[in-house]
Design a binder for this molecule. Sequence first.
Ligand SMILES: Cc1cc2nc3c(=O)[nH]c(=O)nc-3n(C[C@H](O)[C@H](O)[C@H](O)COP(=O)(O)OP(=O)(O)OC[C@H]3O[C@@H](n4cnc5c(N)ncnc54)[C@H](O)[C@@H]3O)c2cc1C
Ligand SMILES: NC(=O)c1ccc[n+]([C@@H]2O[C@H](COP(=O)([O-])OP(=O)(O)OC[C@H]3O[C@@H](n4cnc5c(N)ncnc54)[C@H](OP(=O)(O)O)[C@@H]3O)[C@@H](O)[C@H]2O)c1
Ligand SMILES: Cc1cc2nc3c(=O)[nH]c(=O)nc-3n(C[C@H](O)[C@H](O)[C@H](O)COP(=O)(O)O)c2cc1C
Length: 587
Amino acid sequence: MLPDSSPFSPDQRKTLDSLLVGLDALQRGWLSGYLAAGSAAPAAALAAVSAGKLTVLYGTESGNSEELADRAMKDAKKRGFKAVMKNMADLTPKDLEKEENLLVIVSTWGDGEAPETAISFHKQFMEADLKLDGLKFSVCGLGDTSYEKFCEIGKQFDTQLEKLGGKRIVDRVDCDVDYEDLYAVWFASAMTALAPAATAVAPVADPVFAVASEYGKKNPFPSEVYDNVLLNGEGSAKETIHVELSLAGSGLHYEPGDALAVQPTNCAAMVKDIVNAAKLTGTEEIVVKDAGKKLLADALREDFDITALSKAVLKKLAVAAGSTTLEALLSDDAKEELKDYIEGREIVDALLDFAPNGLSADALAGIFRKLPIRLYSIASSLLAHPDEVHLTVAAVRYETNGRVRKGVCSTYLTDMAKAGANVPVFVQPNKNFRLPADGNTPIIMVGPGTGVAPFRAFVEHRAAVGSTGKNWLFFGDQRYTYDFLYQLEWQDFLKNGNLTKLDLAFSRDQPEKVYVQDKMLENGGELFAWLEEGAHFYVCGDASRMAADVHEALISVVKNYGAKTREEAEEYIENLKKTKRYQRDVY
Ligand SMILES: Cc1cc2nc3c(=O)[nH]c(=O)nc-3n(C[C@H](O)[C@H](O)[C@H](O)COP(=O)(O)OP(=O)(O)OC[C@H]3O[C@@H](n4cnc5c(N)ncnc54)[C@H](O)[C@@H]3O)c2cc1C
Ligand SMILES: NC(=O)c1ccc[n+]([C@@H]2O[C@H](COP(=O)([O-])OP(=O)(O)OC[C@H]3O[C@@H](n4cnc5c(N)ncnc54)[C@H](OP(=O)(O)O)[C@@H]3O)[C@@H](O)[C@H]2O)c1
Ligand SMILES: Cc1cc2nc3c(=O)[nH]c(=O)nc-3n(C[C@H](O)[C@H](O)[C@H](O)COP(=O)(O)O)c2cc1C
């Protein structure tokens, strides 16, 4: 049994305990050492045992599942498997009938949806009538407990694989943003279940843990802020900043389309509110995984997610505070009440409501997960700005339940990342949002609000390499006078021919809302002609409404100007996706 002090929630401990039962003593010894250290696993010579074929199938949007699939494939090969990794983007469900052993690693996006590149595979798989009787499988879902539909897609794959006749070899794991440890246990258990002889040895050290000198996820680069300027004019309802960061000496590189991961720190006011709500001082000493002993206030600022309220946090709080009221709210027949409670509230509210007598420092620390990084689409080209990376960040500020709230990372960047400060960052590549290889190919970019960020990178890059392809930008925001982000740059790009066409939709400059998709429809004939010429179509920005509306507008354009039925238009667009000519970076 894993101890209560292990870095897992009660649900995760239950899953892990059941997985650990399947591991032999040696393996268990390795894992406990590995989990306690949270770092390099001991390298060992591996037995060359032939363990059969294995496919690691992944579905990813920001690359985490792909990175784990790559690691799983390499580690499985070292155990004698003929292992390959396959992207859901490149397969059809029918292909699974040929598989013998399958490990699925898949994330969840949107509001419980499949990652962008796996949408089509997922949809077909959930409707497929396949015979998978000979298949052994296990699923590792990646997700984030702060979303209501936590690891929804991993759960769906797990259920459907079983329904189609597959044999589950080890239980599914549902990983939160800090997924490394749970993944490691799941993978080791799956290896043991598939080929006990081949796994009765310790895994080779994971390169992510082993290479400490490189800057990356495990070791973000402390990047100096060169500049931090407000892009909106005085009087705007928006607060969007342009941040310029240094990559000098980091060895970090990026391509247009990639994102920058920022590791924020929590603001001092929120740390104080949490400490007060728990009736503590902040000077108490606690032990933080991977960091050792720390003052509570420092850990609250640097290590823990102290704001995002979720069912997982409330479950831990119910135990820590011994709150029967909270237990009742977490019961199966109070699902709607729980949803209503979480909506618009943060952890501090729950502490005040359910732990009126406060908590000990250790009990308080036990309810938090690790403070997750945030991604920002890179707004610059390295060719235009060597050794620099630029971001376009909208501050998240709102008020709910009588409290003024602020987004952790966006306001860390607006309020704390002033020139001269250091911001921990690493590059998160996005292979699914790339300029066409051929610089002559026309591109159409739809990027309202902060969605414009990667298109600044695209146009800068194409200007720097002298690409001759046409570039068309649809941009929109609230008001022309205040919110025309990078106005002078776009006008210069237009003047010197680096931008061929610019269509603008300022939503609040007239009584009726005008959005980028309205501009697409107005220009439908020309837009379709560009697509027929081979243009690539890109969308970046809000996922909840804008991306779906733009998609709908694209269907209308293809239908009306290509003289097609709706079905034919959808097929045309599906084909654009398959050939990587329709790419989205939406959040
Ligand atoms: C690939 C990718 C690229 C991205 N690129 C950019 C970019 O270029 N620029 C950019 O600004 N952002 C970008 N984002 C979004 C960014 O990562 C963060 O999600 C965003 O900055 C908010 O983070 P935060 O830490 O400030 O807010 P958090 O502390 O994470 O808080 C956000 C949460 O607050 C709550 N919330 C927000 N508004 C309200 C409201 N009005 N009422 C009630 N609750 C509310 C919601 O629960 C929301 O999930 C990108 C995201 C991804 C995944
Ligand atoms: N669902 C959400 O909670 C949500 C949605 C969008 C953005 N955000 C967050 O808000 C912050 C600011 O975002 P941002 O600066 O990138 O801008 P944004 O809020 O996405 O707005 C940019 C422009 O898009 C317009 N817009 C609104 N709905 C649209 C739709 N369905 N189709 C097309 N355009 C639409 C906006 O108009 P109007 O504002 O006048 O309607 C505005 O003119 C970010 O942190 C982002 O993550 C959250
Ligand atoms: C915009 C956005 C939406 C997300 N939606 C969900 C969700 O509904 N459920 C969930 O469990 N995780 C959600 N996540 C978390 C991701 O699944 C998690 O970050 C995962 O590690 C991403 O893996 P990937 O890089 O392989 O795509 C969301 C993340 C983002 C940025």
